[in-house]
Ligand binder design. Structure first.
Ligand code: FEO
Length: 168
């Protein structure tokens, strides 16, 4: 079964959302670098690459279903975030937004009886659980650390160890 027009348009919009997320986390990486937190800057750069991989996963899926990818303009991301805690809180709220967009997409695929899209999106739904948990865990650590600069530097070192794993 090929893609119907409604699902194709929704998938193209979601590809754009994943590219926007990639751009947003790259902007956060630049901001963390300006805060002199190279580990967080690295973590955000990897996060950005993972979002790029999510976009490309759907890009390939549309094409595998004999659909047509139509790339849309990517909005300018936020560029100022305040403290590193603000950055991670913005990450968590963005991941929650992405989760709700994926759930809506799944619901649409279900209404349209598009079973392959539903099956494909299940990995995205599972991935979002991990994405939200990871951001929430880092926020909890940052809250414990508070104003303690040396513990912040230890956490920054931990963040520097992240490696690319798109999760899908
Ligand atoms: Fe593409 Fe952060 O989920």
């Amino acid at each position: 079964m090929g893609l119907n027009q409604t699902i194709q348009e929704a998938l193209n919009r979601h590809i754009n959302e994943e590219f926007y997320a990639s751009y947003l986390y790259l902007s956060m990486s630049a901001h963390c670098d300006s805060l002199d937190l190279p580990g967080f800057a690295h973590w955000m750069r990897i996060q950005s690459q993972e979002e790029y991989a999510h976009a490309m996963n759907l890009f390939d899926f549309v094409q595998d279903r004999q659909g047509k990818v139509t790339l849309l303009p990517i909005d300018q991301p936020v560029v100022e975030f305040g403290s590193v805690l603000d950055v991670m809180e913005a990450t968590l709220s963005h991941e929650r937004l992405v989760s709700s967009l994926i759930n809506e997409l799944y619901e649409l695929a279900s209404r349209e009886s598009d079973y392959p899209t539903q099956v494909h999106l299940q990995a995205f739904i599972t991935e979002q659980i991990e994405e939200e948990k990871t951001a929430a865990d880092i926020i909890a650590k940052l809250r414990l650390i508070g104003e303690d600069g040396s513990n912040l530097l230890l956490l920054d070192n931990e963040m520097a160890a992240r490696q690319l794993s798109p999760g899908l």
